[in-house]
Design a protein around this ligand. Structure first.
Ligand code: PGA
Length: 252
């Protein structure tokens, strides 16, 4: 059975007190059946967040990581540093990393390989831009993004990979892919994984949808056969909305 997951990407939001307050509200979350919940606070607050959630099933994950073990890389954070504070999962390839920090497929492949080789779990993000969808190239673009990165990963590492399809035109825009658009892309992605590897891997990998998921649309998106949960930006900054989104996945 595939894991159902709801992950909150807090991006560059929340100072220390806001981080603590939001976590304390999330800790009240009870009776969530069958859903893994993750949050990705900013780097300076990962340890505090992890400590606050010690007795909670909510996992604290990183928003990014560097592809080298250590050294003269000013401003970067390594896998080893994250592991030393109990973090074992990271996002890789978020569209904001690709767009604003020039993270190419080659860099993302290096990060992915390094993380997986060091027993880290990854949530690998990808998705087409609006112009790709308008020119009906969205399947082609997504396939290229996958072929250049996770499809090069060895089969044994796939148990540590979660995929997150996030159409760029839906991130932070209020515009969401329709449940049908999400389903057809998720099915396509699962088929790509099956064609490159095999059915056991494609059936086991959780594929999250991200892009303006809200309490009002979460249920119908998560209800689709190949959508295993969501990567939530804006709405994860409100404990009330995030809980409703988790409940929408848990009730299915
Ligand atoms: P959004 O962001 O929910 O605010 O659209 C999603 C994401 O960037 O992961």
């Amino acid at each position: 059975m595939r894991k159902k997951i709801v992950a909150g990407n807090w991006k560059m939001n929340n100072d220390l007190n806001q981080t603590i307050d939001l976590i304390n509200e999330l800790k009240e979350l009870k009776n969530i059946k069958d859903v893994s919940v993750m949050i990705a606070p900013a780097y300076p607050f990962l340890k505090t967040s992890h400590d606050l959630l010690e007795d909670s099933p909510i996992e604290v994950v990183s928003q990014n990581v560097h592809q080298k073990s250590n050294g003269a890389y000013t401003g970067e954070v390594s896998i080893e540093m994250l592991q030393s504070i109990g973090v074992s999962t990271t996002l890789i390839g978020h569209s904001e990393r690709r767009a604003y920090f020039n993270e190419s497929d080659d860099v993302l492949l290096a990060k992915t390989e390094f993380a997986l080789d060091n027993n880290f779990n990854i949530i690998f993000c990808f998705g087409e831009e609006l112009s790709d969808r308008k020119s009906k190239k969205h399947f082609e673009i997504v396939k290229i993004q996958l072929d250049n990165t996770v499809m090069k990963i060895k089969k044994e590492s796939w148990k540590n990979i979660i995929l997150a399809y996030e159409p760029v035109w839906a991130i932070g825009t209020g515009e969401t892919a329709s449940p049908e658009q999400a389903q057809e892309m998720h099915e396509f992605i699962r088929n790509c994984v099956e064609n490159t590897f095999d059915k056991s891997i494609s059936e086991e990998v959780s594929i999250l949808y991200g892009g303006s998921v809200k309490p009002s649309n979460a249920n119908e998106i998560f209800n689709k056969k190949d959508v295993d949960g969501g990567l939530i930006g804006g709405a994860s900054l409100s404990a009330k909305d995030f809980k409703l989104i988790i409940e929408a996945n848990s009730s299915l």
